[in-house]
Design a protein around this ligand. Structure first.
Ligand code: BG6
Length: 509
């Protein structure tokens, strides 16, 4: 490992100023043979090690059913790192990391496996000096959460005198409000509240954290960030990929549960919340909770929500199958691969301002953005015709890709007559900063090891978000079938009609 010297060029600007380096610790990943672990978690651990942010004796334990020896697991980690790590491969970093790699074979009901896990943790405490501090990362389907958490308790792994033990729980956190409440209850019976970290990886994204910097570190945006100036807000998370090999996970869950309940409602909360008194987790959560409790769903859900499924079409030069033809999908499935909903926020700042949320698989391109669209000027002192091509002012936070912020406003077209047309002013991360952003999972795993809960939704946030989504899902369940859209397009016509009824249209990002 590179140690923690100030010469590490891979350390980002924030870390250079105030290095946040994890103390003695280790991570146990349940579900270590899954996609998330291979593509995100194991590479993130390596990237942290490479940036000098992990302690020298950091340990990584994989737990799964696969009949692997420690060496097989180490080889898996190696390949995941080679393929997916963000930072360059360095043999000395790898050699240090592999010292602490162990594998425990078993299923979640297997008491012997949990005893082996306990012994492995004790062995690593001695060999690697982890200080008994371990985070348990549950990268497993939610139906297994209660079992794993109970096993950790029964085998005396959930707490250790003089050390910390933390639970990291992947989304989806439940299927609806009731199941989320039950899960919270089970987890809280075993782990103290402050030691439970629910992952919403969007909160680990640099651009998402920048929403708060943009709003609260500047003077020019906040005065117009309200119903007097804002016409509406559009939050879009579009993906060009289909469901890939995730049929088992996705069918029955759908777009709204997969990403609106968590990522998009978190984006809404950060965009709409009041300024917190400080960046202490309690202060931030208090503001997010206030705004989430003020969210109102439309009375007429038939008019103000749309769900749809993609159908087979040509996308980017490739013929792709429709959702119902995907491997492992029930051809009668009613699961949404696209969802759009209109929400309002009942408070003084936002009353009457619609927040339109939309997401979908197999859309035109991959883009996530928050567009704050402003009202038109109350009066335009120009000749008619001069402003025909003037749209509404907008501030667009480009979450990904092309991370940055765009401001759209009207400008005079050069020439002897007065003609006003839309122009844009851009801030691009890539141009203003030389440091590359850490991956969301790097930031979040480091925060878990540091015990910093700022970027993790608390249980009330998760429950409030289900509270918003549940009636919509229930309505969809009872009313007809999803609409359709051809793969590679921007969604169903019904979604365009939904905005047209309000006299508005979706942005083409
Ligand atoms: C996950 C969803 O939370 O986010 C996936 O389960 C989705 O369906 C993914 O593809 C998108 O993440 P990102 O970081 O690529 O926008």
């Amino acid at each position: 490992m590179s140690g923690n010297g100030a010469t590490n060029p891979l350390r980002d600007a924030q870390d250079r100023r105030l290095p946040r380096i994890a103390g003695p610790s280790g991570l146990v990943i349940f579900g270590v043979t899954g996609d998330l672990s291979r593509k995100k978690l194991m590479p993130a651990v390596y990237d942290l090690a490479n940036r000098g942010l992990l302690p020298p004796g950091f340990s990584l334990i994989g737990f799964a059913r696969r009949e692997w020896e420690h060496e097989d697991f180490a080889q898996e980690v190696y390949e995941a790192v080679k393929q997916h790590a963000r930072t360059p491969f360095r043999e000395e970093v790898w050699q240090q990391l592999v010292q602490g790699c162990r594998f425990v074979q078993g299923d979640f009901g297997d008491d012997q496996a949990f005893e082996t896990l306990k012994a492995t943790i004790e062995e690593l405490d001695k060999a690697q000096g982890t200080g008994g501090n371990f985070a348990f990362y549950l990268s497993v389907p939610p139906k297994f959460f209660p079992k794993v958490v109970q096993q950790l308790k029964d085998h005396g792994l959930a707490q250790k005198e003089g050390s910390w033990r933390r639970a990291v729980i992947e989304k989806p956190f439940g299927h609806d409000l009731k199941s989320a409440e039950e899960l919270n209850k089970v987890v809280h019976e075993v782990f103290p509240r402050d030691e439970v970290f629910r992952i919403d990886h969007y909160l680990g994204k640099e651009t998402v954290q920048n929403i708060l910097a943009l709003r609260f570190a500047n003077t020019m945006f906040e005065p117009i960030w309200n119903r007097s100036y804002v016409d509406h807000v559009q939050i879009t998370m579009a993906e060009d990929i289909g469901i890939g090999g995730r049929a088992g996970y996705y069918d029955g869950i759908g777009a709204a549960r997969d990403v609106i309940q968590n990522h998009l409602l978190q984006l809404l909360a950060l965009t709409a919340m009041e300024e917190p008194g400080s960046f202490h987790p309690k202060a931030l959560v208090a503001e997010k909770l206030k705004v989430l409790s003020a969210v109102e769903i439309p009375e007429d859900l038939g008019k103000h929500t749309v769900r749809a499924q993609y159908t087979s079409a040509w996308q980017g030069g490739e013929k792709v199958v429709g959702y119902l033809e995907e491997d492992g999908i029930d051809p009668r499935s009613k699961t949404d691969t696209y969802a759009a909903i209109r929400l309002e926020i009942n408070n003084r700042r936002w009353a009457g301002v619609p927040f339109y949320l939309r997401t979908g698989k197999r859309l035109g391109r991959r883009v996530t953005e928050i567009a704050v669209v402003f009202k038109r000027a109350p009066y335009l002192p120009f000749e008619s015709g001069a402003t025909e091509e003037l749209g509404q002012n907008a501030l667009v936070i480009r979450v990904q890709p092309d991370e940055g912020v765009t401001v759209r406003f009207g400008s005079k077209v050069p020439g002897t007559s007065m003609e006003v047309r839309d122009v844009t002013m851009d801030f691009a991360y890539g141009e203003s900063f030389t440091e590359s952003s850490p991956e969301a999972y790097e930031r979040l795993i480091l925060d878990v090891l540091l015990g910093d809960a700022n970027l993790f939704p608390r249980h009330q946030e998760v429950e409030l978000s289900w509270n918003i989504l549940d009636p919509i899902e229930e309505y969809w369940d009872k009313h007809g079938k999803p609409a359709q859209y051809a793969a590679g397009t921007w969604g169903p016509v019904e979604a365009d009609e939904m905005l047209a009824r309000d006299g508005r249209s979706w942005r083409r990002p």
